[in-house]
Write a protein that binds this ligand. Structure first.
Ligand code: SF4
Length: 481
């Protein structure tokens, strides 16, 4: 049987995937190997995912962002689902999770894997509920059958809700919002109906064997994550975390890569505590957090409430951030919501990489600031995280080409532009000149790929051709920007 990345790393082998992520991160391949061997980082790379450009998730590397896509029972067709994949990659998702619960799940998953340059994650429990007809009708054999099929299809990582145990359920009784994880509520319902332990926990060793065969990475689900600030860091959440720590060891014993999912809704003063506790309990396995939202009062703006928590979590050591869109708690996100969510999370991830002094991470900020002070508007737009948005906002009030050399914008106006006044004062000798340097050269920056522009401006050529599938024309057009 071929080795997993973890097994190869433990034997001292630097795989082609490790070489590639070292190149993308601008780091030594030997550091990548060591981090994988110690379980401190993962490269989700199913051996059947031919279109993948490998990436790494670990606290020693640049912070990554995941976007969730997928159909529901009300919206479901292949073309729409491929467009969602394209949109997510276009706006800078490092991985994509297909949370589909509608129809044609196999066809859509296979198309996603055929076309996705980023790792694809799934939650096999959702397909199990759909196939069984209800949570209670799920069987252990069905779970294993679905997990094995998805592994053979090429899914790179799977959320497995094995950490919620029967003895944890009473601990949720005093909560304000009960169990808010979909997978968690399904497993709780099954355990109540059968009077048995969590079936995913029961068959966890068999899942490890399937994962080892295809090199699927665990994303251990946090079924008891808090759904509101009041439930954060409670006994139920931390009891499950202890089980996730045990399961991390079981995965590693089978030679399988492991990352661990985290909350959710957490007040600011407890975000770092969450990360530090997970890192201790799970021996440094990468932490993959959903937000967390730091206040519950802003439905419609939860990409912001959660990006604040995400930036704090990343600075404290979380390795990947699962984005939240403005539609969170309200409805299925559309393209504009995906764009807003990814922008918020790319900002959180980059801000944390600057704050933790990742090699070269601030060079991008410096280059943009230099362009701004030089009134090089075109360069400022090009360097922006979302160039189209930056230019369109500028051009709303000053659209003419002549304003692309202007030493002001409409915010302060020509007379009160502070940067113009400052520059004139220095030219007049009223103030000392600024130190002149050669400017920041992003081409030679040691920054990881995700900390250099353009982020979220993948050209159509970056994605594998869509020609094998219906709807390819629409996708090609959507890529032409
Ligand atoms: S007008 Fe104000 S906002 Fe615009 S470039 Fe000058 S200082 Fe900056």
């Amino acid at each position: 049987m071929a080795q997993t990345q973890l097994q190869a790393a433990r034997e001292g082998t630097v795989t082609p995937e490790m070489e590639r992520v070292a190149e993308r991160e601008n780091r030594d391949p030997e550091l990548v190997r060591e981090q994988i061997a110690d379980g401190q980082a993962v490269i989700p790379a199913n051996r059947h995912h031919d279109a993948l450009d490998p990436m790494i998730i670990g606290r020693e590397f640049a912070t990554k962002v995941n976007a969730n896509i997928g159909n529901s029972e009300t919206t479901s067709d292949l073309e729409t689902e491929l467009e969602k994949l394209h949109t997510a990659v276009h706006y800078g998702a490092d991985t994509v999770m297909d949370l589909g619960t509608g129809s044609d799940l196999d066809e859509i998953r296979e198309a996603h894997i055929a076309h996705s340059p980023v790792p694809l994650g799934t939650v096999p429990l959702y397909e199990a509920v759909k196939r069984a007809g209800s949570p209670e009708a799920i069987t252990k054999d069905l779970l294993l059958e679905i997990i094995e099929k998805q592994a053979e299809q090429g899914v790179d990582y799977m959320t497995i809700h094995a950490g919620i145990l029967a003895e944890h359920l009473p601990l949720t009784d005093g909560r304000k919002t009960g169990i808010v994880s979909r997978g968690g509520s399904i497993m709780a319902s099954w355990m109540e109906a059968h009077g048995e332990q969590n079936p995913l926990y029961q068959v966890f060793p068999e899942i490890c064997e399937i994962f080892a065969e295809h090199d699927v990475t665990f994303s251990l689900g946090d079924s008891l994550r808090p759904g509101c600030l009041a439930d954060a860091c409670d006994e139920a959440q931390y009891a499950e975390l202890d089980t996730l720590g045990e399961l991390t060891q079981v995965g590693w014993d089978h030679g399988v890569q492991v990352m661990v999912e985290g909350p959710g809704h957490v007040p600011m003063h407890k975000v770092a505590e969450n990360v530090e506790r997970q890192q201790e309990v799970c021996d440094g396995a990468p932490f993959y957090v959903l937000g967390p939202l730091v206040t519950d009062v802003a439905p419609g703006y939860d990409h912001i409430t959660s990006a604040i928590g995400a930036a704090m979590a990343a600075q404290a050591g979380a390795a990947m951030l699962c984005y939240v869109t403005p539609k969170e708690h309200l409805g299925l996100p559309e393209e504009d919501d995906v764009r807003a969510g990814l922008a918020a999370y790319r900002i959180a991830a980059h801000a944390a990489d600057v704050g933790t002094e990742r090699p070269g991470a601030r060079d991008w900020d410096d280059a943009l600031s230099e362009a701004r002070y030089a009134f090089d508007w075109h360069e400022q737009f090009d360097l922006a995280l979302d160039p189209d948005r930056a230019q369109s906002f500028h051009d709303q009030t000053l659209p003419g080409d002549n304003y692309k050399q202007a030493r002001f914008c409409s915010m302060c106006g020509a007379e009160f532009c502070s940067m113009r006044i400052d520059q004139d004062a220095r030219a007049d000798g009223k103030m000392k000149s600024l130190e002149e340097d050669e400017g920041t050269d992003l081409q030679t920056s040691p920054a990881a790929e995700v900390n250099r522009p353009p982020v979220g401006t993948h050209a159509a050529g970056d994605l594998p051709p869509m020609a094998d599938h219906e709807g390819s024309d629409a996708l090609e057009e959507a890529s032409d920007d």
